[in-house]
Design a protein around this ligand. Structure first.
Ligand SMILES: [Zn+2]
Length: 264
């Protein structure tokens, strides 16, 4: 995957079991369909090795962490194990971020685990700071808690992205003040997704990224139940339309944002 290809998928889950059957075929198709950069996130511990391995592929970068939906895997020994996974990666692995990390209060059982989620997020953000890595953040109904964690840690500046962004202008302002980018995925390409389209419109171009969350959140244009990294083209086209850019101009902006955020 030569890095000068058009498309950037800044948040995908290529180590997901649903993609395991034909990963080499998927990576070939990414190349054919002009996807030049993918940031592959681990959601749970058993994916760390596979993400590390994937990040040795050209154009694929890796993020290791524990997603809030897998908070049951978090215990006192996890931070050391995560640090070890970064430190023992082969020299050609391109592990650039801690992720996917964050908070999720979608339903009551998840809300009950928020204290532990906050603890896991704090530890993973501190690890990113210590190792000089970026972060890939998830937030669902939890922005207040998220900024609370940052405040408790006295973290005023981070490098990374908030994935599947759909927050208000006020939240966007706070996200940008902390140095983070925001990333949009498949649902934003739906013509009736007014709130997401508005968020794209008020996001400054220097902080915008495109993603698929592959294999989830397919854009309607894909007409499939799952997304693939090349479906990011529809998200990019949406951003280009809203900001009155050509597809090429939008692609160059996103590529530049990805590189300044993750490729050092
Ligand atoms: Zn994700």
């Amino acid at each position: 995957m030569p890095p000068d290809l058009l498309l950037t998928d800044a948040h995908a889950h290529l180590a997901d079991d649903r993609l395991a059957q034909d990963l080499p075929g998927l990576l070939d198709e990414c190349r054919r369909q002009d996807v030049g950069r993918i940031l592959c996130n681990a959601a749970e511990r058993r994916q760390w090795a596979a993400v590390t391995e994937l990040s040795r592929q050209r154009g694929v970068f890796g993020a290791l962490g524990i997603h809030p939906l897998f908070i049951g895997q978090w215990d006192d020994k996890t931070p050391a194990a995560l640090e070890q996974a970064f430190r023992t990666a082969p020299p050609d692995a391109k592990l650039v971020a801690v992720g996917e990390v964050g908070l999720d209060a979608w339903d009551e059982p998840l809300r009950q685990t928020l204290p532990l989620q906050r603890e896991a997020l704090a530890a993973q953000l501190l690890l990113a700071q210590r190792l000089g890595l970026a972060v890939a953040c998830h937030n669902r109904k939890t922005w207040h808690d998220f900024f609370g964690v940052l405040k408790d840690l006295r973290l005023t500046h981070l490098r990374g992205l908030c994935h599947h962004f759909g927050g208000s202008r006020e939240i966007l302002r706070a996200v940008l003040e902390h140095g983070l980018c925001v990333s949009f995925c498949g649902p934003a390409a739906h013509p009736s997704a007014l709130r997401l389209r508005e968020a794209i419109a008020y996001t400054p171009l220097e902080a915008i990224l495109t993603e698929t969350d592959c294999p989830d959140l397919p854009p309607p244009q894909a007409q499939s139940a799952q997304s693939r990294p090349w479906h990011v083209r529809h998200v990019l086209q949406t951003i280009a339309d809203i900001h009155h850019l050509t597809l090429g101009q939008a692609a160059a902006i996103v590529r530049q944002n990805f590189e300044k955020t993750f490729v050092r």
